[in-house]
Every structure is written in C-alpha cells, then in structure tokens.
Design a protein around this ligand. Structure first.
Ligand SMILES: [Zn+2]
Length: 573
C-alpha cells in the first residue's frame, strides 16, 4: 500500500492527498473545511465499569439538491431538506450528541441544483450545501451524481462544506508515489457521548460507467470490498474506534447492474449487501444510491444481511435513525441493543431555513415559470405522451444539427400526469423538468448499422411484449426499426424512408451522454468504441427541447393529440 500519511501533521498530509488532483482547491480547503485527514495512532477508550451510554445516528441519502419538492410537484407529498430540518432539530434537542450523515448524491437532480450549477456562475455553494452546513451534517459519502456536474461545481461545494466528503475507494492514478492514495478522506472519526465512532465512505464503482471520463481525470474507483479490507483494520486497530459505520453510496442488491458492470470491466456497482455479509466488523451500513427505504418501521433487528444495513430513501422523504445502546464490558464499549426507525418529513418546511434560501428559491421559481409557445389542450394517453417525447427529442436535436438524421434517445419520459387545471395553458420549463429529471447531454457518434440494431434490442423486446430495462429503452429517431420474426427468432430491419440500412455501413447517431458512457449497459453490448465519438454538445437535451418549444414547433401526430402551438390557438380563437 502506497500510503504515506502515517505520523505526519495533517495539513501537510492532506495536501499530499489532494494536491495533484485539485491543486488550487487543496490549499483553500484546508483552511475552511474539517475534511483534512490523517491516520491517528490512538489509545482505546476505556469506559468505567458498569457504564452505559447511547449513540444516535440520523441519516439521509440521495437528496439530489432538493430543498422542497413543492417547487415542481405542489400536488404531491412534500420532500426536501426544508422538510427534514424540523425532524433533525427535534432529534438534536433530544440527543445533543446526534451524528448526522448523508449517503451521497447531493449536487445534481433537481431544478434548483441544475439552475445554480449551470445558469448561475456565482461563487456561492448550492443552497442545499448552505442548509446542510446549518443542520451540522458531520459527513457525506461522495455519490456518482456529485461527480456529474462540471468538475468546478464539486470543488466549489466541497470548499464551502463544513462537513467531510468521504470516498475511501476513489484513488489517485499516475506515475508518482501518490498512485493509489485516496483523493478524499476515506473516513472520519468522531467522539460522541464518550464513544469513538468511525465513519467510512465508499462510492459506487459504477460511477465510471455513468459520468463523463473527463470528470474522473487522474482518478480511478477501486472495488468496495478491497477498500474495506484496506481501511477497516486501520479504523479498528490504529484509530481504535468503538463503533464502525459504513456510509456507502451503493445499493444493497449486487445483481442490479452486475451484468452491466461486468460487461464494462468495472467492479460491482451495488456492493453494499456483499460488504454487509462479508465484513462483519461494521456495526452499521448505510446504503444509498438505490433510492430504497429500509426499514420503514421501528425494529430492533435487521436480518437481511450479517451486518445491519439501512437505506434512508431519497429526496428528503425523511431520515433514518439508529440508536445504539452501549454498555461497558471488559473495559470496552459493547452494543447491548440497537433500534432502527424512519421518521417521515414534515409537510411544513422549516421557516428558519426557508428564510435562508428564500431568494434562491424565488430565482428557481421564476426560471421554471418561463412558458413555451406550446399549449396543452387535452390530457394525453400514456402511449401518445411517450411517443411525443421521443418525437420531440429527435426534432429538438435536428433543430440543432439539421444535416444529421438519426437519434437514439430515451423512449420514455417520466410519466407525471398533467392536471385538468393546466388545460388551455402553455407548457412551462417546469414541465420539462418533471418529465426529464436527468441532465443528459447529447453525444454524436458514428455507429454501424449492426451496433444500432443491438442498441435497439430493448425497444424490440418491448414491441414483442418481453421484459426490458426501462433505462435502456431507446427510440429510433429519423429511421424505423421494423421487427421481423422467422424460424430463427426475431430480428430487426433498419429503414430510412423506404431504403434498408446496411448493417455494415456507419451512420451519425445522437444519443445521451449517459447511454454513451455506458449507462444501461448498451454500448458495452454493441462494442461501441470511444473513437466512434464525434462530439458532445454543452447544452442538455432538456434545454434543447425548451428552446425548440419556444419557436413555432413542428408537432408530430402523437404530440398533436394533446399539444398545440399557441399561434394556432390564437387563430382558432
Ligand atoms: Zn447514485
């Protein structure tokens, strides 16, 4: 192990960790953040005979920048940091030593995060980071979506964070002696209520399949189990922690995305469950990324894995709470009993925190309120809505790049019902955020007909009534994929106008950077090579669609079942 921090003073040591990857950032971060890291040789805590104490851990996960979902989904149950703040305040009043953690994906995934990441060049951190500082979060695990915005965004927010960002398996690459050192602190040690608690963070290795390669320059992601084998002994034997908590941005079910990971040659993306079964020196594992909530009710036993594993849900629907009741045994702390529960968010946002971000939220509301020139005149059927989404995606990219004719964009937008009181009103930018939650950037590549055919496999499975993964369902744009079934099985013929496309010829095709990078596993199956990329544009598909709908847009038959251009509406009136 090339690890050199042992025994060095922490400032020098942290500079060694961060210096070469983020040279400017490291210097400033050291003076403003508790994230500095060095292994300590500590002596154990020896409680007095017969002592008892309680340690309480509260955790959120996958907040995705949400302050309050009220900005986008006023008719739905309220979620977001402003709604979990009252619970956290109550817990802190009751347990002043509360440990507050988050399992990652903070900086991307809501209109507010998008607006401040892309449209507001201010030096300020995201509003959610301001609020998490105020709530006194102790540590967060770095999530794949935190690496998705332009690299400067993560840097800016980390510098402003008063909590520690953890990722024990995000390692430096390169020739120097620092090769293999962690980029961020692998763990944080806290002492609360006379107990020493180690919190070790991990990032899903699947990140390298989903974010742009340039965002991981100089870094690689090690397998999660390998990282625990390196750091758990240090935490137990050198740091002498009494309680060990794994804060993992990775799902519990290793089978999900396992095939895709194998295909792309990256370690298993969802390994929290495997670690929980094989590394029992953890007392608790907090698993994020999968947007799962477990347990939903209070219980004193979690039996799914050999180590208790909880998942705190997503978007600030509430917080998971774990109470450890400890007693002295053999001059060390031992867990006598644990209790796991989930407290739902308050429907009312915290007034105090709301006033801190009021100006930010007003800006986001204004941004979402900008109308398109397309009016809703009917409520759509699901089928027409999906078809219209695919048609519009293709037309929006054609508007940008008229000489290119093909696209493979997601065939299904998120199905969020339109409301009767929206009839007769123009679609707004906020509708596009409801339907396209991801910040996907179009990528143009030169693909062979055979590769296109493979990328359309899920689409053809859907047409045959077979199962398919929804995140890999792409729609043919600008050409048709016609299903043909014979004795040898099913296949497809690709056609443009009336001409069949040769499988051995190549064509320029637009797709999302998520699918291009490996999301859904399609490009791995189709053996798409990085040299086939022509270009990526710096505007999201959502932004292209909004710009397209601000002009008199050409609407397909499916779109016309529920949308009209407003200049047509004016004539009808
Ligand atoms: Zn994630």
């Amino acid at each position: 192990m090339t690890f050199h921090c042992l025994g060095l003073r922490f400032i020098f040591c942290a500079a060694m960790f961060w210096g070469s990857v983020f040279p400017v950032w490291a210097k400033e971060t050291l003076s403003s953040s508790p994230a500095s890291f060095a292994i300590q040789q500590r002596s154990s805590i020896n409680p007095l005979p017969g002592s008892r104490t309680t340690v309480v851990v509260a955790a959120s996960s996958d907040l995705h920048g949400w302050l309050s979902t009220d900005t986008l989904f006023p008719e739905e149950e309220k979620r977001g940091v402003l709604h979990i703040a009252p619970i956290i305040k109550q817990l802190r009043d009751e347990y002043p030593h509360l440990i507050l953690l988050d399992a990652g994906d903070i900086l991307q995934g809501s209109p507010s995060a998008f607006y401040f990441n892309f449209h507001s060049p201010a030096e300020n951190p995201l509003p959610i980071v301001k609020l998490m500082n105020h709530l006194q979060y102790d540590a967060v695990a770095l999530g794949n979506h935190d690496l998705e915005p332009p690299p400067g965004v993560l840097q800016k927010n980390m510098m402003a964070s008063q909590f520690t960002w953890l990722a024990a398996n995000l390692l430096k690459t390169g020739e120097g002696s620092s090769e293999g050192d962690p980029v961020l602190p692998p763990y944080r040690v806290l002492e609360r209520a006379g107990v020493r608690i180690g919190i070790m963070g991990l990032l899903t290795p699947g990140t390298s399949m989903w974010v742009n390669k340039s965002h991981l320059n100089g870094m690689r992601i090690e397998g999660m189990f390998a990282a625990t084998q390196k750091w758990v002994p240090i935490l137990k034997e050198q740091e002498q922690v009494d309680l060990l908590v794994g804060l993992f941005h990775s799902g519990h079910n290793f089978r999900y995305d396992q095939y895709v990971s194998l295909n792309q040659g990256v370690p298993v993306a969802n390994a929290s469950g495997i670690v929980a079964d094989s590394e029992t020196r953890f007392d608790l594992i907090i698993s994020g990324h999968a947007h799962r909530l477990f347990p939903k009710r209070k219980t004193s036993e979690l039996r799914h894995f050999r180590t208790p594993l909880i998942s705190p849900g997503f978007w600030g629907y509430g917080v998971s709470v774990v109470k450890f009741f400890l007693k002295e045994e053999g001059a060390r702390w031992q867990i006598e009993k644990s209790e796991y529960s989930f407290i739902s968010a308050s429907p009312e946002p915290s007034e105090q925190l709301g006033s801190m971000v009021k100006a930010d939220m007003d800006q986001v509301r204004q941004y979402l309120d900008v109308p398109t020139r397309v009016v809703l005149h009917q409520l759509p059927s699901k089928e027409n809505f999906f078809q219209c989404g695919a048609d519009l995606s293709h037309q929006a990219i054609l508007g940008r790049d008229p000489e290119r004719s093909f696209s493979l964009f997601p065939a299904r937008w998120r199905w969020k019902k339109l409301l009767r009181n929206e009839l007769g009103a123009p679609l707004k930018r906020l509708h596009l955020f409801r339907w396209l939650p991801y910040d996907n950037f179009p990528v143009l590549s030169q693909l062979y007909g055979r590769q296109i055919q493979i990328l359309l496999d899920p689409y053809l499975r859907q047409q045959r009534g077979l199962s398919f993964r929804s995140n890999s369902l792409l729609a043919p744009g600008g050409f048709q994929a016609i299903l043909s079934e014979n004795e040898d099985g099913a296949s497809s013929t690709l056609k443009h106008m009336e001409t069949s496309l040769s499988l051995s010829e190549s064509f320029p095709v637009w797709m999302s950077n998520y699918h291009w990078n490996g999301g859904g596993g399609l490009v791995g199956e189709a053996l798409v090579h990085p040299t086939q990329k022509i270009k990526e544009i710096g505007q999201t598909l959502r932004d292209l669609l909004f710009a397209y709908l601000q002009r008199p847009a050409k609407l397909s038959a499916a779109c016309l079942t529920f949308l009209k251009n407003d200049y047509v509406m004016a004539k009808i009136r």
